[in-house]
Design a protein around this ligand. Structure first.
Ligand code: IPE
Ligand code: IPE
Ligand code: MG
Length: 224
């Protein structure tokens, strides 16, 4: 049976869910938070050590301003209301991506990271203004700056996911089969699950089905 250490999720389909059930994309984003909380709790229960969540990509800035503002307000409220709870659950929060938001949000993110820095039950990597191509280019730049030889080990240390093991599982909800600039290096050997359901409809049963399937997959890593 495979050991499950790290789950990465592209939480896709909020907008379509909102339009279908509430006539607004933003309502879908709000509804997505419920799935998020359920999945976080189940991840703790399952003793999984890392959960990486794609919340906002470098390409998502192309969206209407109204939607972007709504998303970041939602995030701000979520963190303000839930950080104590996350802290009590012994969760460490790490942001991957570039923190170039309003100074209020930047400070909030930094303070949440600091507050939870010593926690060790589960590490949540929240990908915010994250793009894998940008991350890779930056890693090359860092490597050149520190003048280290170019090899996998040194390169990995220059990624934003330095010291984090690669995801064992990638889940993408929302009935779309693409990576959308997410963890292109780190997903090299992950088991990928594309799920038809929209993110707000994704539940613990769906999650556990994936985990069960994952456990019995024969992972070769090139071997036979
Ligand atoms: C994913 O849901 C959440 C974010 C990108 C913030 P979408 O907003 O992409 O939802 P769809 O794919 O348009 O339904
Ligand atoms: C990927 O979803 C980003 C997040 C879930 C945050 P998108 O909905 O932005 O991806 P594309 O644009 O359909 O590929
Ligand atoms: Mg989408």
């Amino acid at each position: 049976m495979n050991h499950l250490n790290h789950v990465a999720i592209i939480m896709d389909g909020n907008g379509r869910w909102g339009l279908k059930y509430k006539k607004s994309r933003n309502e879908g984003h709000k509804a997505g938070l419920k799935s998020l909380e359920e999945i976080i709790n189940e991840t703790i229960k399952k003793n999984i050590k890392y959960l990486t969540l794609y919340a906002f990509s470098t390409e998502n800035w192309k969206r209407p301003k109204k939607e972007i503002n709504y998303l970041f307000n939602l995030l701000e409220n979520f963190l303000q209301n839930k950080i104590e709870d996350l802290n009590k659950k012994n969760i460490k929060l790490k942001i991957i991506g570039v923190k170039n938001f309003s100074s209020k949000l930047n400070n909030l993110l930094i303070s949440c990271e600091r507050k939870t820095n010593k926690n060790n039950k589960l590490q949540i990597n929240l990908a915010l203004n994250y793009g894998s191509k940008y991350e890779l280019i930056n890693a090359f730049k860092k490597l050149r700056k520190i003048n280290k030889s170019i090899n996998e080990k040194n390169f990995q240390k220059c990624l934003q996911t330095a010291n984090i093991p690669d995801p064992d599982i990638l889940i993408r909800t929302g009935n779309t089969q693409r990576l959308s600039n997410f963890l292109l290096w780190q997903l090299a050997y992950s088991e990928i699950f594309f799920i038809k359901k929209l993110w707000p409809d994704f539940n613990i049963r769906d999650y556990n089905n994936i985990i069960r399937k994952f456990k019995s997959i024969k992972r070769n890593f090139g071997n036979v």
